[in-house]
Design a protein around this ligand. Sequence first.
Ligand code: AMP
Length: 400
Amino acid sequence: MTRATRVLVLNSGSSSVKYQLLDMRDDSRLATGLVERIGERSGRLTHTPAGGERRTREERVPDHGAALGAAARELAADGFGLDSPELAGVGHRVVHGGRSFTEPVVVDDAVEAEIERLVPLAPLHNPANLAGIRTARRLNPDVPQVAVFDTAFHATMPEYAARYAIDARTAEEHRIRRYGFHGTSHAYVSRRTAALLGRDPADVNVIVLHLGNGASASAVAGGRCVDTSMGLTPLEGLVMGTRSGDIDPAVVFHLSRVAGMPVADIDALLNKRSGLAGLCGDNDMREVLRRVDEGDEEATLAFDVYIHRLRKYIGAYFAVLGRVDAIAFTAGVGENAAPVRAAAVAGLSGLGPQIDERLNSARTQGPRLISPQYARVAVAVVPTDEELEIATRTFALIGT
Ligand code: AMP
């Protein structure tokens, strides 16, 4: 009998579906792809089989069903039909698991209904994630589908880190608490960091800095998250590409009362026209760094605000953890922007972390240490791999 060792990972957004097919015998990628502009006049599918040529197709993709159908056709053309007995299951990224889901789960009707009930907590993401799940279940009713939640890793936060200091009954009624996001990445990177140190994750305390277009920090003690910077929504915490991160909530009342802005406009301002983009017009750190090098004052201030916030979180998480073994940088900015890493850790040697400038600026791929051997707290660059983490968790739950 053929052993089922393949896992399809689906990351369904409102107008796109990213997919990867992995072979869990060696964690290798068999194919990757992206269907974009779902529901628009012309959609696009990009598909790349391992070791093969990338194929691009422009065609109308009316909905998520059509997107998955197109992906399934491309996979079948490479000999990876989704009806193959080698497909063990499908792993879905789901953004919000609320308090209901603290671990990945095999999807059934009750799980679908619960993800739906959580839509008010993630109105942009959960409906798209659900559309992906429903379509995949319809296309392939015999293959187990697993939901892996972005919030789940943070469910171990103690109550005093998860609660906002607001009226308890109102918080309870409206499910207002700090959930945290990017959990799949924080889980993967904290574990890989322990492996890089040659230690058991249960013995290691790590500060993970996930710095991408969205950005979040987490304090991980012995493999369990004890604090994270994002909250009820992914707006809290660090300065991001287009999001403000922490802000006095009274700014919202001020904008409403004094500037007369409708709530929807304030929402858009803080989520889409703030962060680096709000401060200097560019949300891409590459562009910000280029302008800093040219002496541009706006970009320099944006960079300084970004770094100041980051350093405050690093300091806070030293206090939260008590003992820190490593700081790990990940995601687009964390993996690629040496000046951000250098500035974030500069002058913190009293706390333990130090950076070796040569190691920091070396263009090396893969997980690596960038601290000198004598540093009391290691500093690491650990490329994140959320798809692999989703596939691993999916396979662990349903693998045969
Ligand atoms: P992510 O959300 O993890 O895909 O990260 C995307 C962000 O990473 C982009 O918006 C850029 O700001 C940043 N980024 C990617 N490559 C570089 C680089 N070489 N240097 C600085 N920032 C980068």
